[in-house]
Design a protein around this ligand. Structure first.
Ligand code: SF4
Length: 62
Protein backbone atom coordinates (compact mmCIF):
# COMPACT_ATOMS: atom_id res chain seq x y z
CA UNK A 1 0.00 0.00 0.00
CA UNK A 2 1.25 3.48 -0.82
CA UNK A 3 1.51 5.85 2.08
CA UNK A 4 2.10 9.61 1.70
CA UNK A 5 3.92 11.32 4.54
CA UNK A 6 4.04 15.09 5.05
CA UNK A 7 7.06 16.68 6.67
CA UNK A 8 5.46 19.47 8.69
CA UNK A 9 8.76 21.23 9.22
CA UNK A 10 8.96 21.67 5.45
CA UNK A 11 5.26 22.15 4.50
CA UNK A 12 4.36 25.81 3.89
CA UNK A 13 0.60 25.22 3.69
CA UNK A 14 0.22 26.20 0.04
CA UNK A 15 -2.67 23.79 -0.49
CA UNK A 16 -1.45 22.37 -3.80
CA UNK A 17 -1.62 18.78 -2.55
CA UNK A 18 -5.19 19.25 -1.31
CA UNK A 19 -6.22 20.37 -4.79
CA UNK A 20 -4.55 17.42 -6.50
CA UNK A 21 -5.67 14.84 -3.96
CA UNK A 22 -8.46 16.27 -1.76
CA UNK A 23 -9.58 12.88 -0.48
CA UNK A 24 -6.18 12.22 1.02
CA UNK A 25 -4.87 15.66 2.04
CA UNK A 26 -6.56 18.45 3.98
CA UNK A 27 -5.16 21.71 5.28
CA UNK A 28 -5.39 22.33 9.01
CA UNK A 29 -3.48 25.00 10.89
CA UNK A 30 -1.58 25.81 7.68
CA UNK A 31 -0.19 22.31 7.36
CA UNK A 32 -1.24 19.45 5.12
CA UNK A 33 -2.65 16.46 6.99
CA UNK A 34 -3.12 13.00 5.58
CA UNK A 35 -6.78 12.41 6.38
CA UNK A 36 -7.68 9.66 3.94
CA UNK A 37 -4.82 7.25 3.83
CA UNK A 38 -7.08 4.44 2.61
CA UNK A 39 -7.99 6.56 -0.42
CA UNK A 40 -4.40 6.77 -1.58
CA UNK A 41 -4.72 3.95 -4.06
CA UNK A 42 -7.62 5.63 -5.84
CA UNK A 43 -5.84 8.88 -6.69
CA UNK A 44 -2.36 9.89 -7.52
CA UNK A 45 -0.43 10.73 -4.38
CA UNK A 46 2.79 10.72 -6.34
CA UNK A 47 1.37 13.63 -8.32
CA UNK A 48 0.76 15.48 -5.05
CA UNK A 49 4.32 14.77 -4.01
CA UNK A 50 5.60 16.02 -7.35
CA UNK A 51 3.52 19.22 -7.25
CA UNK A 52 4.58 20.18 -3.72
CA UNK A 53 6.80 23.24 -4.18
CA UNK A 54 8.98 22.39 -1.20
CA UNK A 55 9.13 18.58 -1.56
CA UNK A 56 7.40 18.07 1.78
CA UNK A 57 5.56 14.92 0.65
CA UNK A 58 7.15 11.56 0.27
CA UNK A 59 5.22 8.51 -0.93
CA UNK A 60 6.46 5.26 0.47
CA UNK A 61 5.35 1.69 0.05
CA UNK A 62 4.32 -0.14 3.20
S1 SF4 B 1 1.80 20.93 -1.47
FE1 SF4 B 1 3.48 20.69 0.03
S2 SF4 B 1 3.75 22.73 0.96
FE2 SF4 B 1 1.76 22.72 -0.09
S3 SF4 B 1 0.28 22.15 1.54
FE3 SF4 B 1 0.88 20.25 0.46
S4 SF4 B 1 2.61 19.41 1.67
FE4 SF4 B 1 2.34 21.57 2.28
Amino acid sequence: MLKPVVDWDTCVGCGACTEVCPEVFQLKDDKAWVVGLEKCNTCNCQEAADICPVQAITVTEE
